[in-house]
Design a protein around this ligand. Structure first.
Ligand code: KG4
Ligand code: ZN
Length: 344
């Protein structure tokens, strides 16, 4: 316990961020240390799983020690494993080798200290990031989980209870951003670069198809638009015409976001939810935030999103999710395994 509150040491290593945090009573973050490998993977245009695992291995102990020492500094008292009450860790979904490093570390701490181990679903963590920054936020609400690996509309009915209403049938939204950025020669990760350059472009310059799928479906498909952008760029270049990268980026983004916003707001209204919560790396997108805010205002819905540092992968969100799982009796034993495609 620290300051009379339940203290969780949380570890996250599902993709290319090695992260550890100390979180009290689920929402009071005393440290949130993130060691990002983005610069290493940039050279390859995407995350290389084997390289990610190796860097997690190099970094994880240091990141945990740093999280404890920053928590001690912020709390003005010692924070060692003695003060920690439970260990939270992401066990899926993600890259299996990457997950295993964080999980093995968490299990080692649990075994050595006898403290409870709490396995967390990565997406549940992303949703929980919102509780940290919005004190008044409580379920139920509609969540839009949108990252490099996921695009889901999720009905959150309680802290540990949610129903996936729709998801992508092919690429995740972040994946589409990253692939289109590569086609446009922008670099990696593409989402923030498209976000920035699209602000200088005309979103109506190129008409890309909006893919809504069947009537009433809350599923998504983004592989078509990726091919659409590729075909457009190739045909313009073959015809000897210059393309405007800001215009193509803005038009691609508008086509993707028109569908995401319509489906998310539609789901909230249909299911009588008065709050929409954004989560995941793409939730940092400035245009998405603007569009959702405008639609929410029109329909009297309240919109929540975490600040950018809590949108991308971090361990504070895992500490928050672990707290609510622990409170509901959700303790795992040392047989807990990494599950790369763990369903929500
Ligand atoms: O949640 P996250 O950090 O990792 C996963 O769990 O996937 O999300 C990373 C994804 C990447 O695809 C990245 O390009 C995208 O989030 N992203 C953005 C923005 N910032 C990050 N996409 C659009 N606009 C942004 N501002
Ligand atoms: Zn993530």
């Amino acid at each position: 316990m620290i300051d009379g509150k339940f203290a969780i040491l949380a570890i996250e290593s599902s993709c290319d961020e090695t992260a550890a945090a100390v979180v009290l009573d689920g929402r009071d973050v005393r440290s949130n240390v993130i060691s990002s490998q983005i610069d290493i993977h940039k050279a390859y245009g995407g995350v290389v799983p084997e390289i990610a695992s190796r860097h997690h291995l190099d970094n994880v102990n240091w990141v945990v020690e740093q999280a404890l020492s920053e928590a001690a500094e912020k709390s003005g008292c010692p924070v060692t494993m003695d003060e920690i009450d439970a260990i939270g860790v992401t066990y899926g979904p993600g890259l299996v080798g990457a997950l295993l490093i964080g999980l093995a570390t968490a299990k080692a701490y649990a075994l050595a200290t006898g403290k409870p181990l709490v396995g967390v679903h990565h997406i549940q963590g992303h949703i929980c990031a919102n509780y940290i920054e919005h004190e008044e936020l409580e379920p139920p609400f509609m969540a839009l989980v949108i990252s490099g690996g996921h695009t889901n509309i999720v009905e959150v009915t309680d802290y540990n209870e949610c129903h996936v209403l729709g998801g992508t049938r092919d690429d995740a939204a972040g994946e589409a951003y990253d692939k289109v950025a590569r086609v446009l020669g922008l670099g990696y990760p593409g989402g923030p670069l498209i976000d920035k350059i699209a602000r200088e472009g005309n979103p109506e310059a190129v008409e890309f198809k909006r893919v809504f799928l069947e009537k009433d479906s809350l599923d998504f498909s983004f592989s078509g638009i990726k091919t659409g952008v590729l075909n457009y760029v190739n045909s313009e270049r073959q015809a000897g015409r210059e393309i405007s990268v800001p215009d193509v980026a803005a038009s691609f983004q508008q086509a993707v976001l028109d569908v995401i916003v319509a489906k998310t707001v539609g789901a909230a209204l249909d299911m009588k939810k008065d709050k929409i919560v954004m989560a995941g790396g793409v939730a940092a997108n400035s245009r998405l935030r603007e569009m959702l805010a405008a639609e929410c205002e029109k329909h009297g819905l309240k919109l929540y999103h975490p600040s950018p540092i809590l949108c991308t992968d971090n361990a504070a969100m895992i500490g928050c999710a672990a707290y609510y799982k622990y409170k509901a009796g959700g303790i795992d034993d040392l047989t807990l395994d990494a599950i790369p495609n763990l369903p929500l």
